[in-house]
Design a protein around this ligand. Sequence first.
Ligand SMILES: CC(C)(COP(=O)(O)OP(=O)(O)OC[C@H]1O[C@@H](n2cnc3c(N)ncnc32)[C@H](O)[C@@H]1OP(=O)(O)O)[C@@H](O)C(=O)NCCC(=O)NCCS
Length: 437
Amino acid sequence: MSTTDDYEFRTFAAAAPDGVADDATREWFEAESMGFLEPRPLGKRVDLAAANMAADGRMLTGVFRRDAATGASGTASLAALPVATFASFERTVNVGGDEPLRAHLISSVTVRPTDRRRGILREMMTADLHRAHADGYALAALTATEATIYRRFGFGVATAVHAVTVATDQRFRLLSEPAGSCELIAAAELLSIAPDVFAEFHARNPGSVDRQTRYWRLVAGLDSEGDDPEEDRAVRAAVHRDETGRVDGYVSYRFKGWESTPRTVEVVDLVAQNDDAYLGLWQLLGSIDLVEKVTHAFAPVDDPLRWALADWRLLKTTSLDDWLWLRVLDLPAAFQARGYLPEVAGEIVLGVTDALGYASGVHRLQVADGRGVVTADADADPDVELDASALASIYLGGFDPSMLRAAGLLRERTPGALARLRTLLTPTAPVYGITHF
Ligand SMILES: CC(C)(COP(=O)(O)OP(=O)(O)OC[C@H]1O[C@@H](n2cnc3c(N)ncnc32)[C@H](O)[C@@H]1OP(=O)(O)O)[C@@H](O)C(=O)NCCC(=O)NCCS
């Protein structure tokens, strides 16, 4: 029996008229919270989440058992909830081109333990990607709680981050003085400051994804956990100003408490538009007396802070994490939207296999004058052969194709082709994103 015989798939827009979640959105959100092992949401928490999702323009998919009335779920109320959830919405991804590229973002993927491994995810994902392709998106994107799920659907890791700890005891010192200055502000002020600071970060950094509505209350400490979201008074904030006084970065952070050993501050969000702002904000974090350690869960992999510290060893990487996963839905459009270094020119033929078909074929990429053009060339011999997942991983230029070859993920058919490919795909700026969705 097929999945569709057992289940009904309903896709609808998230809605919160007058700030109150409608029934379908509330039930969907309760199911999603269950899937992510979060407390059962109540009260204003539900309405705020629904309002945020509606503001994002999220389309929600809920999957219902056709036999729900007599379902095995136990209670009547749980039987009526979706057994699986899925959400998608539009945001832009900076791909290094003149303008960020609108992309199809996927989130909230859950399937109830009683209903898993019956093809529900496959059904939701393939139907959703089909719609996204029909709607003209060149890229789909997600951030994953598990790294084993999405490669089969053609997604590949496109950006990574470092989780770091930085010792901020008396040894903390920067080798050079960053320009500009920092100032503490009330965290709530970030509600108006943060979106503008982030907008320029987003415009500058390949791999950045424009943020969803929920972010700004979170980073401003206005969305604590609990049924009645209120101010998280532990969140503190600072801005960095350049030499003209313009705000060009901010950090929000939380002290982990006197019982934390060593006494620790964790970064909630750190957004810097340039190197001085980045180092200036770290200098501030390193100057908080009584604190001996600062943690940051999504620092850049190529982190200038390591080099800026008088003692390189103060910064420890605690993990290297996959961050943005991309999926190419329209290869010519994706590579034409991408940015290329103006001094780079050349061409390469990619032979792509794609189980879902969207990127399949032999494609000739020609790069000149900062532009890339892709033409189908079925008769050409590919210089490089790869699947859709590997294609997504090399797309932004954040990872070396030779590394993927060494890992057995792609094949070089023409000697020297991988070095050429790496050069052609050199990113126009460091690949780094700080949006989780
Ligand atoms: C991950 C999850 C959504 C999978 O849903 P599902 O309906 O069981 O998946 P499907 O039955 O459609 O499986 C599709 C394929 O993915 C594989 N798969 C599913 N979950 C997997 C996992 N966690 N790890 C590795 N493979 C997985 C299946 O084996 C199947 O492989 P196949 O197509 O080669 O046969 C579900 O287990 C879940 O809700 N987990 C908890 C929440 C979560 O982790 N969500 C991910 C958010 S990023």
